[in-house]
Design a protein. Sequence first.
Length: 290
Amino acid sequence: MLLSLILGVVAAGFLALFVLTQQKASRFASERDDKVEQLKEVRAELEEDRVRLERANADLRQSETRRTGLTQEVSDLTSQLDESSSSLRKRTELADAQALQIDALSGERDELRQQLNTAEEQIVTLAARPGVVVGDLTSGDSANAEMLWELEVARSERSWRNSVSVNPVNDPSPFESAEDPVRQAVEIEAAALREDVGAYITIDWQAQPIQSPARRLLVVRVAQEMLASASRAPGAARLVISQVGEGDGELKMEFEADGDDTVINLIPPQISNDLIDIRNEGQSVTVRAE
């Protein structure tokens, strides 16, 4: 009886202990599940953090690549800037040197213009002395003939630069390559009249080059007088210059109407000398041989 009672008490104790143990086990299992869930959440957060870290690392690598590229671009641009600065300095130095040359050339140009003005004044003065120009200076032995012809070329060149040339500063003088300077001077005179007063006069040159400086001057001055008279006449005209004889023989200058039958009325050049023969009211002038 007592044994049964003891066994009952022990069994009750074990039962109570079992129940208590089951309750604790159930509580531990619940806590374990909660911990597992928390661990899963932590792992998920860690995984998200890992993904974000990988993305951040990828962005960092891209940024580093871009930084390296930008650094190279900055280096290239710096090198280009240095080259451009060096080129700019050289161009600035060249521009300064050219400016000095331009100033020097401008001074030379002004001086040449003054010389040409002086030369033209001398020519005008000499032209007012027909006894000298047409008389004594028509002799090939005259010491002044060459000087007067050079002055006439200078005057004709200035007329070309002022009235005919498109770029008078840079264009070379037409006399530098002219095979016949007399023809060149007469053609310049006609071209200047076309530009300055609108006189349409052309030159038909059919003569050989003239060798004598005095005769060159005489022919050019006579042609200038004829062209000046024709520039005031209406209509187009052509000045035909033809050779009569060989060498520096007679030279005939005659005006013809260009394109129609218009009569050309000219005032004869006021020249009185045995070397000049004026006919047909100034339309035909013959310069005789010396």
